[in-house]
Design a protein around this ligand. Sequence first.
Ligand code: SAM
Ligand code: SF4
Length: 355
Amino acid sequence: MKNLLLKLHETNFLTKNELLYLLTNIDKECEKELFRLSDLTRQKYYSNKVYFRGLIEFSNYCKNTCKYCGLRSQNKNVERYRLSTQEILNCCDDGYKMGLRTFVLQSGEDAYFTEDMLVVIAKRIKDEFPDVALTYSIGEKSKTCYEKLFNAGADRFLLRHESANRNLYEGLHPNMSFENRLNCLKNLKSIGYQAGSGFIVGLPDQTDEIIAEDLSLLKKLDLQMVGIGPFVPQSDTPLCDCKSGSSNKTLLCLAIVRLLLPKTLIPATTALAVVSKDGWINGVKIAANVIMLNLSPPSAKDKYRIYNGKNSLPDSAKESLNSTIDKLNKEGFVADMSKGNYPDWERNDNYEYDA
Ligand code: SAM
Ligand code: SF4
């Protein structure tokens, strides 16, 4: 096991079988060593900086029926909402005044927001706040749509692969295809986005072997951002009676990803804070270097119920920012409100678009 950790630290690579061996056989002593090596690696590229992003949940309509998610179209117990362009800009304005320089626009897959509308939103944000980075997290779109959004000023895109195992993926995502998910990620990367993927830990029927596949896929994709969070049940979904994913297993995965992809930007997810009180700060101490601050208006926040417990977290963004910074400072970290690009990243605006 110690040799495996050494190899992971020195070469930033393990085979799928080695990852499986590590996941199933790691003991407390080796886990401590893994966390130490992961922390060292994060410090090497980011020192003690933690980047803050402003999250705007602009629509909870979704055409999909992912079995774990409270926004699935078949959930009739959710009050649906959409923010107008002006409301989105107001959220950006609040965040900008707090010092935030990255906005993450997230929603269900909502066809009401056409390509043209998403382009206008991106342009208006970039016109009004030229020094910010803009991330979209709006699901699967055509390559042309991704191109148009990039051209309009979107810099980053988050699209988790959710599970690298085709059977598990397709069982959890009726009418969606694993191929298309991977194709979208390939397209995002080739267009020149800082792209992010990731997966859910503790999904029903997920084995260590499947997690090893998830980790290997992330290494292969070699993206700039990786989001990994535990599964949290949502009362109005088919998985309502399943148990939450383990925070410890999530931390293990975060540490392994930090070593597989040393420079990648990794958020300490809200789901981690929901399954364990100290989950997010432990995430930061071990591997993560990004915190998402929710800028959505209170009425929207309450309706964006992707999993149970999400809304019991601190309410106002300003309070949340201050208390999070305090906690980080106590642990020796400093908040960084800048754009926080992937190291040495340069946006390529000379991308040749498919006609
Ligand atoms: N619709 C877009 C998409 O699916 O990419 C973005 C919004 S979706 C709510 C964002 C992420 O929430 C998903 O990628 C999924 O991993 C996560 N999520 C949804 N339900 C969850 C649950 N019950 N537990 C943990 N994570 C969940
Ligand atoms: Fe829709 Fe995303 Fe939820 Fe799936 S995870 S139901 S695509 S919001």
